[in-house]
Structure formats: C-alpha cells, structure tokens
Design a binder for this molecule. Sequence first.
Ligand SMILES: NC(=O)c1ccc[n+]([C@@H]2O[C@H](COP(=O)([O-])OP(=O)(O)OC[C@H]3O[C@@H](n4cnc5c(N)ncnc54)[C@H](OP(=O)(O)O)[C@@H]3O)[C@@H](O)[C@H]2O)c1
Length: 245
Amino acid sequence: MKNVLILGASSGIARQFERLVCADSRLVLAGNDPDVMAKIATDLEVRSDGRRPSIFEFDSANIAGHAAFVQQVVAEVKHIDEVYLFFGVMFDEIECHRKPELAAKMGLVNYIGAMSILEHLANHMEANKAGLIVGVSSVAGDRGRASNYLYGSTKAGLSAYLSGLRARLAAHGVHVCTIKPGFVDTPMTAHLKKGGLTSSAEKVARGVVQAARKRKNTAYVPGFWWMVMMVIIHLPEFIFKKVKF
Ligand SMILES: NC(=O)c1ccc[n+]([C@@H]2O[C@H](COP(=O)([O-])OP(=O)(O)OC[C@H]3O[C@@H](n4cnc5c(N)ncnc54)[C@H](OP(=O)(O)O)[C@@H]3O)[C@@H](O)[C@H]2O)c1
C-alpha cells in the first residue's frame, strides 16, 4: 500500500480528496491544527476499515522546521510515495493593499513555504528514484488580474516552480503534476459570491485523483477552465487593463 503525504490536510478540497483515496492508501495528514486533523483522522479511519492516518504538525511559514518535519515523516513511514500539496491562503486583496505585510505573509505561505517543503521532499524522492508530487496551484496564477493579483502572483510562482521541478525530476523516476482549479466552493471562498463557474470541492478532488492517476503534467480542474484561461491569457494588454475582473 502506498504512503501518501497530504500537506494542508484540512483544506476543503483535501478533505474530499482524502475520502476518495483512503481505501487504498496509507495517509499521512499534515497541517497546522492537530485537533482538526485528529477529527479528520477519525472520520477517515471509519471509511478505511480501521486504518487510522498518521498526523504531523506542519506550518508552511516555518521554513526552519521543514527539514525536521520531513525527517519525522520518513522515520515513521520509511518512504513517501506520493505528496499532495493543498495548503494555501487567500487574504482579502484590499486589506493587503492597506497592509502589504499581509501580502508578504501570503507569499511566504503559498510560494516560499511550498518551494521549501517540496525541495526537501523532492530530494527524498530523487534518492528513492520514484514518487509523485502533486501541487495545487490556481488559474489565478496564469495572469495577474486587478482584483486578485497578490494571491495570483503567489500561485504564478508556485506554477513556475512546479514546472521546473517536473523537468528536474523527470530523469529520476519522479513525476510532478500541477493542478489549476478554477473557483471552488470551500472555506477559502466562503465569503465570496458564487456564480455559474463555481465547482464543488468533491468535483475538484475527483479531478485531482484523475490527473494524478494519468500522470498529467498540468491539469485545469474542471477542464473547461483551460479554455477560459486561454482567452484571458491572450487578451491584449490594452484591453485587459480596462476589463474589471
Ligand atoms: N477555493 C478555490 O476557489 C481555489 C481555487 C484555486 C486554487 N485553490 C487552491 O486550492 C488549495 C486548497 O484550497 P481550499 O479551497 O481547499 O481552501 P481551504 O479550505 O481554505 O484550505 C486551506 C488549507 O491551507 C491550510 N493552511 C493555511 N495556512 C497554512 C500554513 N501556514 N501551513 C500549513 N497549512 C496552512 C489551512 O489549514 P488551517 O485551516 O488549519 O489554517 C487549510 O487546510 C489552496 O492551495 C488554494 O489556494 C483554491
């Protein structure tokens, strides 16, 4: 049975993903609230014939703690077969304009911290000459929009990082998959108005499972976001800067 490490295990999308894979995986849940993870572990234990996931405290922003975190996980499971990076924050954009330190915190959690922890894990998998790394980025990283370019730029950094990591690890038997969800109904977007393009966390989790199984390089989830983003990416700048979105 494969060992699957989930970073940001309490995320709305991650929780649906865990339910989909718990029957045939040994799950290692990592997140910054042990009490919440203990509750998730109990739910998954029931769903997987009594196999309780392991729990590890993990803070993306605590860069200094990442090496010890990976050592602890490896000490318990010996080898990590798959890693799924779900964690992320999306602070209010207007609030970030007033307090740029919040924007920097978002960059630390979503991009710098992701880069740091995945480098540690990539080294582990490269040495094992096997593995799968799935990073959840966002369509918001494809082009900076006036309404959420701070969050979007953290995801642009993550997407570029995953692309390079994929190229680095391809010769070492490790695959890297980039997931780009569109708008998803989760705690992250609870305060926002939902429109026709909103997807459920379960639908996106299914897309993650499928993309991972097919060893996709990049997957827009749901797939129609590829078309939407092609239009947005190719809008000429003189039009783009006048569009309010
Ligand atoms: N929802 C969307 O519309 C959407 C669209 C595109 C991409 N995404 C991306 O999809 C991923 C999952 O998001 P979601 O919608 O499921 O959001 P969510 O429910 O708000 O989950 C975010 C997760 O990140 C964790 N987290 C926050 N700060 C952390 C830190 N410093 N260290 C470790 N974990 C931390 C949270 O843990 P705590 O709750 O314990 O803080 C939570 O588990 C994120 O990367 C997000 O950017 C979401």
